[in-house]
Design a protein around this ligand. Structure first.
Ligand code: DPM
Length: 351
């Protein structure tokens, strides 16, 4: 039989409360994201004692091509072994299929999901349009490079790696890059909003699935923790991200393929625009579909959809969002998306 161990903590007034342990990776962004979720939980549950665990090893990329997730390693092991109770991630780094036993128990309100341009100081005042011919732009996102190569053919694109601190340093202290492209949300969380010189509109560059939203990963069977974190769910963000993740999953795209999305909830309609690109952006498919997201029944069931458990959001509406993603993927597949992605994957693997 199962024995559940609960840890308790006694405060100065003799009040006993459960200790919740949060796992984190060691990059500054991971710490900031973890702290912001811990702050929210503290406000909502003043009696719960939160402990941010030791820093776990960071993997340079959590998510891999295809649906095989490499990111399991340290943090999920810690979750599995009950060493931590929840882990905060950028949703866009979480694969659309989580390993068995884990689920995303909360998707927080999405921040600005768009990509941003950060210029080398010597280019102050410029935009991607006005940067000189052959200026080198740093990004290792196939999605960003594909879209921007097509839209700004006078620019060159080169890989830039490392965490955000490393990248900004590489930009500023060397003359290798005229500018780099990063998610506006990450820049804002790091306190570097003032470095954003341009936010890329969907016409220039659509964002990655889940970009700008934080996710809380928990043990799927830990009903107490699931209940506790579910209050953090932002309903519109959940529906948008379920549609986006279902789209990516059905395309069989991992998080490093040239796939981009744009979603919106307006007047009880959920809109999803999705696109796939060849590596140089010359070949692409882009379509938009919409679905009504009004609930006919309030079902409260323990179901995962593309890894997300959101018991307080009507199940029928979540199903509609998931179906929208699948339907849009099928539409693009019927127009040749599979071929575009297969070629992109092969060329990228050969690089
Ligand atoms: C994923 C991608 C990147 C990250 C691929 C993509 C960017 C990699 C690169 C799946 N994860 O976006 O097309 O630029 O070389 C990542 C960032 C954030 C989460 C940093 C960033 C912060 C923003 C957020 C890396 N993961 O994209 O600038 O929480 O959405």
């Amino acid at each position: 039989w199962l024995i559940w161990f609960f840890m308790f903590w006694q405060d100065g007034n003799g009040k006993v409360s459960r200790v919740i342990r949060i796992g984190t990776r060691k990059s500054q962004l991971a710490r900031i994201q973890t702290d912001s979720v811990a702050e929210k939980l503290k406000e909502l549950y003043p009696d719960v004692h939160l402990e941010i665990g030791k820093n776990h090893q960071s993997l340079s990329r959590l998510c891999t091509i295809g649906e095989k997730s490499l990111f399991t390693k340290e943090l999920e092991n810690a979750l599995e072994r009950n060493e931590v109770d929840l882990v905060v991630h950028s949703l866009k780094d979480l694969p659309t299929t989580l390993p068995p036993g884990f689920t995303i128990g909360a998707v927080l309100k999405r921040e600005n999901p768009h990509d941003a341009v950060v210029l080398h100081p010597s280019n102050a005042g410029k935009t991607l349009d006005t940067l000189p011919e052959n200026s080198v732009i740093g990004t290792s996102s196939l999605r960003r490079a594909a879209q921007l190569k097509k839209r700004f053919p006078h620019l060159e694109f080169k890989d830039i790696r490392g965490n955000l601190n490393t990248r900004l340093k590489k930009l500023d202290e060397k003359n290798d890059f005229a500018a780099i492209i990063l998610a506006a949300a990450g820049l804002r969380r790091m306190g570097w909003e003032s470095r954003i010189s341009q936010i890329l509109e969907p016409e220039d560059c659509m964002y990655a699935v889940g970009q700008g939203a934080l996710a809380v990963e928990v043990r799927a069977r830990d009903a107490d923790i699931l209940e506790m974190v579910s209050i953090l769910h932002d309903p519109d963000t959940v529906l948008r991200c379920i549609a986006e993740r279902a789209f990516l999953k059905h395309l069989e795209g991992g998080c490093s393929v040239p796939v981009a999305v744009h979603t919106q909830v307006k007047d009880s309609q959920l809109y999803l625009t999705g696109a796939v690109y060849s590596l140089d952006g010359s070949d692409s498919l882009k379509e938009t579909m919409q679905v009504s997201v009004t609930s006919l029944e309030k079902v409260d069931e323990q179901v995962q959809r593309v890894g997300v458990t959101a018991n307080k959001i009507p199940g029928d509406v979540q199903d509609q969002a998931e179906r929208l993603g699948v339907d849009l993927a099928n539409l693009l597949l019927s127009k040749g998306a599979k071929e575009i992605l297969t070629v992109a994957r092969q060329l990228n693997d050969a690089r």
